[in-house]
Design a protein around this ligand. Structure first.
Ligand SMILES: [Zn+2]
Length: 267
């Protein structure tokens, strides 16, 4: 059978759907491996609109607004491998453990998600096998390959957060999110604060933990990689100029951190 064979047993994605994983600069030489769990807001054709209007499918409950434009530019500036998920977190959240209530949410912020109610085991499994698993398998493979090639890997999980959640305004512009890593988050926090014009969140508006996160605990901590999450407030990266500014700023900061960690920045 050829490589298209798995589609014949697909229960969810069809030939009309794009593959779940987007990659950029796959052979990038940077030690930074960038991931973007909430990069896209696509839904598989078979799921329709999950019973939601476009106004809901375009807001933060569906994806991390603005992060795609930052992640791609940052990947290019650094020549860093980016692995991103094209499908909406409303189909299955790639930064939640399988089985967590927020993995396939029936409710997000103030919105009920009809298409996720009373989901059969088979339908939930299909979302895992066809969206969640391919993404995490690729991250795993990329880390393995780098290890085989004896290349360092610093895992950075890129996210954005809504400026107002459940009626509460968030003051932070950018944040480092972490749980067990003691190397990268302090370096990021120091660099963000040194910028002078940023309100910096230290594990705000969220902290990473095993019950509510997947990418950092599983690919970063469990594998002993230096790692951190980065969160940027969505109103700052809503348009291309904001995405460009933050990508350039982060690229400069990452290069400085790379130089600190490895002695000299690679050119
Ligand atoms: Zn996110």
């Amino acid at each position: 059978m050829d490589s298209a064979a798995p589609l014949e047993t697909s229960l969810l994605l069809s030939g009309e759907d794009v593959p779940p994983v987007l990659e950029r600069n796959v052979s990038g030489r940077s030690p930074f491996l960038l991931t973007s769990d909430h990069y896209g807001r696509l839904l598989p054709k078979a799921l329709g609109d999950l019973g939601l209007p476009e106004s809901e499918l375009s807001r933060h409950i569906a994806w991390d607004i603005g992060i795609a434009g930052v992640a791609e530019r940052l990947s290019d500036h650094l020549d860093a491998h980016l692995i991103a998920q094209r499908y909406s977190r409303l189909a299955i959240d790639c930064n939640r453990p399988i089985g967590a209530a927020s993995s396939i949410p029936v409710f997000s912020e103030s919105t009920a998600i009809p298409g996720n109610e009373a989901l059969s085991r088979e339908d939930a499994d299909a979302r895992q096998h066809e969206i969640f698993d391919p993404y995490h398998v690729r991250i795993d493979q990329a880390i393995n390959q780098r290890a085989r090639e004896k290349r360092p890997t610093i895992l950075v999980s890129l996210h954005s957060f809504t400026p107002v959640y459940a009626g509460v305004a968030r003051p932070w512009h950018i944040a480092a999110l972490y749980q067990r890593d003691t190397i990268l988050p302090p370096l990021l926090l120091r660099a963000f604060r040194a910028e002078g014009d940023l309100v910096v969140g230290d594990n705000e508006p969220y902290a990473v933990n095993d019950a509510t996160d997947y990418t950092i605990p599983v690919h970063g901590e469990a594998r002993g990689l230096v790692n951190s999450g980065i969160e940027i407030r969505q109103d700052l990266i809503a348009d291309e100029s904001g995405q460009q500014r933050f990508a350039e700023r982060l690229a400069r900061i990452f290069r400085e951190i790379e130089a600190k960690m490895f002695g000299e920045a690679k050119v």
